[in-house]
Design a protein around this ligand. Sequence first.
Ligand SMILES: CC(C)(COP(=O)(O)OP(=O)(O)OC[C@H]1O[C@@H](n2cnc3c(N)ncnc32)[C@H](O)[C@@H]1OP(=O)(O)O)[C@@H](O)C(=O)NCCC(=O)NCCS
Length: 156
Amino acid sequence: MARVRIRLAKSSDSHALAELRYRFRTETERAAETKPRFLRRCASWMKKRFRSGAYPWRCWVLDDGKQLLGHVCVQLFEKIPNPVNDEPELHAYITNFYVVPEMRSQGLGKSLLNKVLSWCRARGTDAVILWATPGSKSLYRRCGLVEPTDIFELRY
Ligand SMILES: CC(C)(COP(=O)(O)OP(=O)(O)OC[C@H]1O[C@@H](n2cnc3c(N)ncnc32)[C@H](O)[C@@H]1OP(=O)(O)O)[C@@H](O)C(=O)NCCC(=O)NCCS
């Protein structure tokens, strides 16, 4: 099997990333938009957000030299300046975490997650947040994430 490496996404990955995004979201839900239309819209969005050095987004991909096998993205968001506690003034939101089904349960997801978590730590973020799917909770717990008791959410 070819070696799989983790690298930062580039603008030129946007079409492959949009394909994977479509695959990810339609694994469990029906698409409400045609695939070609979604791919155009999503690739164009990703091309702008994931070019090198872009802020506030970063995306890492699993690359076996021929194709992308997964990804994880993070968006930094600012906190209001705080004069006390010397708290970091950025939070991080992890999203779009995916490994293609045929490559799951080999530790690739954990490696991707550790990559983004160490980047967040080095970047000096305060909290790292994400919404977990039921099946992924054990992995998040293994990587040190906890379910807080003080977050409120309202969905319309
Ligand atoms: C979550 C995911 C990226 C993990 O990738 P992976 O390469 O299989 O991860 P690892 O091999 O490092 O770790 C395996 C862990 O992944 C999780 N996992 C396995 N299959 C899963 C699935 N179908 N859906 C969600 N999580 C899954 C479990 O936590 C598993 O740990 P466990 O065996 O102790 O239960 C991958 O399963 C996936 O893409 N799932 C579908 C999309 C998804 O749910 N993404 C998370 C959004 S919050």
